[in-house]
Design a binder for this molecule. Structure first.
Ligand SMILES: NC(=O)c1ccc[n+]([C@@H]2O[C@H](COP(=O)([O-])OP(=O)(O)OC[C@H]3O[C@@H](n4cnc5c(N)ncnc54)[C@H](OP(=O)(O)O)[C@@H]3O)[C@@H](O)[C@H]2O)c1
Length: 343
């Protein structure tokens, strides 16, 4: 079996750490592993699969000899280093939003549009975490009944904002219980003017606002979904909300279809789709929840029911571990897909 020299940029972060575990878990054939982060982490040791690796600061020759480079250190870091990695001969699989909408960069969810990956010019983009969870639910519905319009509202975990977001919720929860004042420095947006506590709260802002009153996260869900499904004018509207859960994003999705689709048939086609698990039994009070989907690979779907306000419409509830299928797992699946194609 061919083996690959792999680099992970952002190896100390929430996505980077998960990615390293998934490479080991799925026995990705790496001949060598280079762990890159900021100069803050250089020299620190990290264990991967029982072996010690020394973190290096990313710099000019970091990608020499690398076959596959996973980028998970933020958009500006990708902008700075992706071309350099490609010039050094690496295939870059980028977890950030830096290149997702570039016309010459495939945006890939392997179960949905894997073959598009072949069109890459050195960079393949991994979609936004909420987008991946939504398209996993929409694709089988699109193929079965066509889609006329989608309305989605998200309930996004703090780990979507990285380890910093998780630590903020943990600390604020402790402070709340102890009756101390809550300090917020990261959410909703680290670089923003205002910060709000997330503990015992909801924040209807993820990423920065655009001039039309939507946030960039909302536009990512809309534009990226259109690109992945190959329907540039598919009507989608989104509201994205940060909630005080640690991990696993939830989405309430309203889909109006072109043709009739019963909840029963919808359950069947979703259950048959790779990577999706239907958990939908109201009589037994069974539906997906973050406490039970965290650490899992599948996108779970429940609460499937008819929307009687339109001719053909359904409501559903999709939940997925956004650090796994929404980021690290999908990135590794892209790499697996590409290496299988390379033979
Ligand atoms: N968290 C999610 O659910 C999720 C899902 C999908 C996509 N993403 C995207 O994945 C990326 C990483 O997110 P995260 O949640 O893993 O963030 P995170 O936990 O804050 O980790 C950030 C990582 O980037 C590294 N880094 C920061 N500045 C750097 C620089 N100038 N040069 C080199 N490395 C640098 C950090 O290294 P140090 O430790 O050395 O600072 C750390 O390894 C972001 O673009 C995010 O939007 C995240």
């Amino acid at each position: 079996m061919t083996q690959y020299n792999v680099a992970v940029l952002g190896a100390t972060g929430a996505v980077g750490q998960e990615l390293l575990s998934i490479l080991v878990e799925r026995k990705f054939p790496f001949a060598s592993l280079r762990l890159l982060a900021s100069p803050r982490s250089a020299g620190r040791k990290v264990q991967v699969g029982g072996q010690d690796y020394v973190l290096e600061a990313v710099e000019a020759d970091a990608f020499q000899g690398i076959d596959i480079a996973f980028f998970c250190a933020g958009g500006s870091v990708s902008q700075r280093w992706a071309e350099e990695a490609v010039r050094a001969g690496a295939l870059v699989i980028d977890n950030t939003s830096a290149f997702r909408l570039d016309t010459d960069v495939p945006l890939i969810v392997p179960e949905i549009n894997g073959p598009e990956a072949a069109k890459h010019n050195g960079i393949i983009a991994n979609p936004n975490c909420s987008t991946i969870i939504m398209v996993m639910a929409l694709k089988p519905i699109l193929d079965e009944a066509g889609i006329k319009r989608v309305v989605v509202s998200t309930y996004q975990a703090v780990s979507g904002a990285g380890f910093g977001g998780m630590e903020e919720l943990r600390q604020q929860t402790e402070d709340y219980v102890m009756g101390r004042e809550l300090e917020a420095q990261i959410l909703p947006v680290a670089s923003g003017k205002r910060h709000y506590p997330i503990a015992f709260n909801l924040i209807p802002q993820i990423d920065v606002f655009t001039e039309d009153g939507y946030t960039k996260e909302e536009w990512k869900m809309i534009r990226e979904t259109q690109k992945i499904l190959g329907i540039p004018d598919l009507p989608i509207t989104a509201t994205t909300v940060r909630v005080p859960t640690m991990r696993s994003h939830c989405e309430s999705i309203n889909v109006e279809t072109e043709r009739p689709l019963s909840p029963e048939r919808c359950r069947e086609i979703l259950a048959e789709f790779p990577g999706v698990e239907v958990l939908d039994s109201p009589e037994e009070q069974l539906y997906p929840m973050p406490q039970f989907t965290s650490g899992r690979d599948e996108v779970f779907i429940g609460r499937i029911r008819r929307d009687p306000t339109v001719p053909y419409g359904l409501n559903l509830w999709a939940v997925g571990d956004q650090i796994r299928k929404g980021a690290a797992l999908n990135a590794v699946q892209i790499a697996e897909y590409c290496t299988q194609q390379m033979g």
